[in-house]
Design a protein around this ligand. Structure first.
Ligand code: NAD
Length: 269
């Protein structure tokens, strides 16, 4: 413990979309275990409160904040609230993201806009309001959660808006890294592979609910995802969290503009 001692971190998307451990929930808890004070931000108040409550139960310091990170006024209020409470922001972990399926023919224009609002505009707005604070401090670390979907699109699986939105996250990360390095701000991204989070349980459940043998169909979906990795299993939110911990900490002081793949080797097989 202590790798983020005395640091203040904002984790955006700190809840989980279902029961269990998503990337943001694991990251917020991991940051707190390493000594950070953590602002847990989520669109769903109950989800933010659950994560903040788990941290408090372990003796850590956290507070929950409800915000839509795709809304400028909400993001400004989030930064103001953090400054009011703790007076600084050392780490910004952008973890929000929504899935979306379909190629260019199937996808609606409305869904394209929704995915880009949540997955890309959120990261722009949080940077917009957090960077001036970090500039004044002369130091800060931004960690953006992207996906291997930004660099890989397996044949037969189409999710073009998600692919493109995560590609935009990579570009935004590199641009910020280059532009603000001399101000002491580092910006890196994590590209998780297939992680077993509540989002995945939800997708498997969606698939299985119309099948004759529900349990078998559910297990099949999970097995396909496990097999996709040369390790034979999906990763977890803790794998994402540990990568975020490194990038957020001073151990990564000279790591800037890096896209860190955390996928058990899916992209190299
Ligand atoms: P999750 O749905 O469990 O967690 C995301 C959280 O973000 C939820 O609590 C949700 O309420 C919140 N959120 C969504 N929109 C928001 C908004 N506009 N404002 C504030 N909060 C909002 O998902 P997860 O699987 O833990 O994924 C987290 C991140 O990891 C996403 O960016 C996702 O694209 C990325 N990712 C996940 C996987 C995977 O296999 N699960 C793989 C690669 C990348």
């Amino acid at each position: 413990a202590g790798r983020l001692k005395d640091k203040v971190a904002i984790v955006v998307g700190a809840g989980s979309s279902g029961p269990g451990w998503g990337n943001g929930k694991c990251t917020a808890v991991t940051f707190a275990r390493e000594g950070a004070k953590v602002m847990c931000v989520d669109l769903k108040r109950a989800a933010a409160e659950e994560t903040a409550g788990l941290i408090a139960k372990e003796g850590g310091e956290a507070f929950a904040f409800e915000a839509n990170s795709a809304n400028n006024a909400d993001v400004k209020a989030m930064v103001d609230a953090c400054m009011m409470k703790w007076g600084r922001i050392d780490v910004l972990d952008n973890n929000v993201g929504i899935g979306s399926t379909g190629g260019p023919v199937e996808l609606s224009e409305d869904e394209w806009h929704l995915v880009f609002d949540v997955n890309v505009k959120s990261f722009f707005l949080t940077a917009k309001h957090v960077i001036p604070v970090m500039e004044k401090q002369g130091k800060g670390a931004i960690v953006n959660v992207s996906s291997i979907a930004s660099i890989r699109s397996p044949k037969g699986v189409s999710y073009i808006a998600y692919n493109a939105s995560k590609g935009a996250v990579n570009s935004l990360t590199l641009a910020i890294a280059s532009q603000y390095a001399e101000k002491g701000i580092r910006c890196n991204a994590i590209l998780p592979g297939l992680m077993h989070t509540p989002m995945i349980d939800f997708l498997a459940e969606q698939y299985a609910k119309n099948e004759k043998d529900h349990n078998q169909a559910y297990d099949k979906m999970i097995a396909i995802r496990n097999r996709a990795s040369p390790t034979g299993k999906m990763g977890t939110g803790w794998d994402t969290a540990n990568a975020a911990l490194f990038l957020a900490s001073d151990e990564a002081a000279y790591v800037n503009g890096h896209l860190l793949v955390v996928d058990g080797g899916i992209t190299v097989r």
